[in-house]
Design a protein around this ligand. Structure first.
Ligand SMILES: Nc1nc2c(ncn2[C@@H]2O[C@H](COP(=O)(O)OP(=O)(O)OP(=O)(O)O)[C@@H](O)[C@H]2O)c(=O)[nH]1
Ligand SMILES: [Mg+2]
Length: 323
């Protein structure tokens, strides 16, 4: 739906025809791209809850659980693939399921991290590691991050990984969570900030790589059965967008959860706007590649307004979500 808006604008706006041709060709390339995100983390950390909160999973095509092709014991690979248009989510078990299973999970993750797409580029654009903020023992998660993921991310390892501490509401056994306003009280904020720093330190000590985690809550069932909305989910989305290639951001944006209640509670107000700007900047970056090759000067005006008009349509959609 959003891709149509961009295309319509590129076709309708006044601009030199050779530039239009280049932009439409470039846009066709951008539309063909695939975005691949791996979500991993210990059992029960909240990978599924996070995916379900972020994206509209109704349309997701879930592949059958892939099997490991060769080997004496044809174990299931246990990485589950969800396809939402051109966005592919790889839901991958982390460590903590016993030695044998852990070895298998680690091998599967490493294989996926080295996999290349048909253009020879690394397949996985981003690894989202979900930590369980309600537990003190993050030992297996450090194993996963420091020994399995980071050593296999290639150059610039800090760029392809995002560490997110989930279940912020349960971090102090639910104490200091303001249930009425769905946010942490100051004591819990301090605790969570400290937790982020301590995770950062452990990763830095183990690998030399500096990664600043963020905390959030994917949402939870209150006692008595009511569903509490997520906290910092728009922040998490913003960080995801900033950590994937700019020209692929719109792919994720097309599959966002349209239930606006999931986006509304965050540690500051500005994430809706940041999300929009991030996507807009991403499309500009993608399209300008084509314009730069074209007759400069005149080129930038039309590209700017094409992107502006296209984004305008998309903002309608995002505005509906983020308010
Ligand atoms: N309080 C609270 N509970 C959560 C949160 N996120 C997930 N949960 C609960 O934690 C449990 C596990 O969540 P899942 O999303 O199934 O975790 P997972 O990582 O997909 O687990 P596996 O698929 O078994 O590896 C469920 O009971 C969730 O309702 C959260 O932010 N806060
Ligand atoms: Mg799950």
């Amino acid at each position: 739906m959003f891709t149509n808006t961009v295309e319509k604008s590129l076709k309708a706006l006044p601009m030199p025809e050779d530039l239009r041709r280049k932009l439409l060709a470039r846009w066709n390339e951008l539309k063909e791209q695939k975005l691949n995100i791996m979500i991993t983390g210990a059992t029960g950390s909240g990978k599924s809850s996070t995916i379900n909160a972020l994206f509209n999973m109704d349309s997701a095509r879930k592949s059958e659980v892939a099997k490991v092709g060769v080997g004496v014991d044809p174990e299931t690979m246990e990485i589950v693939k969800y396809e939402l248009g051109n966005m592919i989510l790889w839901d991958s078990p982390g460590l903590g399921d016993g030695k044998e299973a852990d070895n298998r999970h680690a091998r599967n993750i490493i294989d996926k991290l080295h996999e290349r797409d048909s253009n020879g580029k690394l397949l996985i654009d981003l690894v989202l590691v979900v930590l369980d903020g309600s537990t003190r023992d993050l030992g297996t998660s450090y194993e996963l991050i420091n020994k399995v993921i980071i050593p296999n991310l290639g150059e610039n390892p800090g760029k392809r990984i995002l560490v997110a501490i989930n279940q912020a509401d349960a971090a102090m056994k639910g104490r200091h969570w303001d249930y009425d306003n769905n946010r942490p009280e100051p004591d819990l904020v301090r605790f969570l900030d400290e937790k982020c720093l301590s995770v950062k330190r452990r990763i830095s000590e183990g690998t030399g790589v500096d990664i600043m985690p963020i905390y959030y809550s994917a949402g939870f069932k209150e006692e008595g059965g009511e569903q509490a909305p997520p906290y910092n989910l728009a922040k998490l989305l913003y960080f995801i967008l900033e950590n994937i290639p700019a020209e692929k951001r719109f792919i994720a944006a097309e599959h966002l959860n349209t239930d606006r209640t999931v986006w509304q509670d965050n540690d500051s107000e500005g994430y809706g706007k940041k999300v929009r700007n991030s996507i807009k900047e991403g499309i500009s970056t993608g399209l300008k590649g084509a314009a730069l090759g074209a007759a400069i000067g005149a080129a930038f005006g039309p590209v700017g307004s094409a992107v502006g008009a296209a984004i305008g349509g998309f903002f309608g959609f995002l505005g509906g979500i983020f308010g």
